[in-house]
Design a binder for this molecule. Structure first.
Ligand code: SF4
Ligand code: SF4
Length: 179
């Protein structure tokens, strides 16, 4: 069984995700308290077992989701950008780092940068990332559900259930596993 916001089962996610994105947003908010409680309860579980379960579900869920039909992360969040990312992007765009910082990024108090608008200025009309080959590490790693030591990033995962339909699905499936 799949969550009520993904009617039809995982094999239909590719065709339904666009239609259900609004519904996903509404229901992810409704589920936030339950998911927060559940994910916090995983902090004390066996780390290896937890990682293996997350990683298997990450693979299964992403095999069935077409991010090009979603792009909710690129539309609604402002990813962190490191100076090394900026150098690569500037080189790719044949611009000086200072030029692209002014145009696309904001400096945070801790010295890191974030993309200065959401939707991301690099997202095109078909949901493709126009700098995909040199996209920031934070974009490359999102939504972090295949990372080692998942027990250390459960708070981020709670927040990501509100952004990423795949994370919400992974968490829903995780609830059914005896850890
Ligand atoms: S929000 Fe999740 S499912 Fe949607 S495009 Fe981003 S990574 Fe893919
Ligand atoms: S840089 Fe690319 S992958 Fe990252 S948020 Fe922007 S469009 Fe999405």
């Amino acid at each position: 069984m799949f969550p009520f916001w993904l009617k039809g089962g995982i094999h239909l996610i590719q065709t339904l995700i666009n239609l259900d994105l609004k519904r996903f947003k509404k229901n992810s908010v409704l589920l936030k308290k339950e998911n927060s409680f559940f994910l916090k309860s995983l902090k004390k579980k066996n780390e290896r077992k937890l990682d293996n379960s997350f990683h298997q579900l990450h693979t299964d869920v992403f095999e069935n989701i077409n991010c090009l039909q979603c792009a909710n992360c690129c539309k609604t969040t402002s990813p962190m950008v490191r100076e090394t990312d900026i150098s690569k992007i500037a080189h790719h765009l044949k611009k000086k780092p200072g030029e692209i910082i002014t145009k696309y990024f904001l400096k945070e108090n801790d010295g890191t940068y974030i993309v200065n608008s959401a939707p991301c200025p690099f997202l095109d009309a078909e949901n493709y990332c126009s700098i995909y080959a040199v996209r920031p590490g934070a974009c490359r790693e999102f939504p972090h559900t295949n990372r080692k030591k998942m027990s250390q990033i459960l708070d981020i995962t709670i927040e990501n259930t509100l952004v990423c339909p795949a994370v919400l699905e992974i968490v829903e499936q995780l609830k059914k596993i005896q850890l």
